[in-house]
Design a protein around this ligand. Structure first.
Ligand code: NAP
Length: 237
């Protein structure tokens, strides 16, 4: 059984992964901005054994919260051998963005790129001890091709993909394996504004949770670096 950090576990993909991995018996440390979001849900820490279940405050824009979360997890679980990066934001910004959209671009950079970077950095020495650590990153098809009015989101996800490649390169000799999951639209709050495409035909969060669960069963020699998930035909890649 693994000792796993999951960011963005309050909703959407992160929550579905947490529920699946909890059932499978892993030790979970969930990073959320508002712990209250989990009260009276199956992820409420009050209903769980605190030896193998932790909920900690985490804001991807705050480096100190990342460090404190890692430290508290190691204090509780003695180690960390897996990170699943799900915290992320989505904004539409065109190439010729307005002055008042500059903050959106900065926020995307801070949350989608620096968040996973800093969290990985803080956990690295613990991951390195395991010889079979895993880092799973929710990237996006927008980390592989750019389309629509998504200049800034795509920029953040291409950068995240590059970060995944670096983490793979630097971690390989230590047994750390990295997987970048690159979905198209997933049926979560993030995709709620998408009306041209039925929600039932989008990728479902439970399917991504199953993929994560399978990844954790595979040996170092068989970990895919990238998993592209298409719910629509992509002819450009
Ligand atoms: N949904 C899609 O179509 C889709 C497709 C491809 C890739 N992805 C990627 O998959 C990941 C998860 O997306 P999702 O669909 O599950 O989105 P979601 O339902 O909107 O959930 C986003 C999660 O990220 C957390 N978060 C946002 N800003 C944060 C911050 N500053 N610090 C810490 N946590 C923060 C949210 O916490 P709060 O509850 O506190 O806001 C929430 O838990 C994202 O990286 C996203 O880019 C999503």
């Amino acid at each position: 059984m693994r000792k796993i950090l999951i960011s963005g576990a309050s909703r959407g993909i992160g929550k579905a992964i947490a529920l699946k991995l909890l059932k499978e018996g892993h030790s979970l440390s969930l990073g959320v901005r508002e712990k209250e979001d989990l009260i009276n849900t199956p992820l409420d820490p009050k209903s769980r054994n605190s030896d193998n279940f932790l909920v900690h405050t985490y804001d991807a824009t705050d480096q100190k919260s990342s460090k404190k979360w890692v430290e508290k997890t190691v204090e509780t679980f003695k180690n960390i051998d897996t990170i699943i990066h799900c915290a992320g934001i989505f904004k539409r910004t065109s190439l010729l963005f307005n002055d008042d959209e500059m903050k959106d671009i900065e926020d995307l950079w801070k949350v989608n790129v620096m968040g996973p970077w800093v969290l990985t950095k803080h956990a690295w020495k613990y991951l390195s001890l395991s010889n079979s650590a895993r880092i799973i990153v929710l990237v996006s098809m927008s980390g592989k091709r750019s389309k629509g009015n998504l200049a800034s989101y795509s920029m953040s996800k291409f950068a995240l993909m590059s970060l995944c490649q670096t983490m793979r390169n630097e971690g390989w000799g230590k047994g750390i394996r990295v997987t970048a999951i690159c979905p198209g639209w997933v049926n979560t709050d993030m995709a709620k504004e998408i009306n041209h495409f039925p929600k039932k035909d989008m990728i479902q969060t439970n399917d991504i949770a199953s993929i994560c669960s399978n990844l954790l069963d595979l040996p170092n020699s068989s970990i895919p670096f990238e998993i592209a998930l298409n719910c629509q035909l992509e002819t450009t890649i």
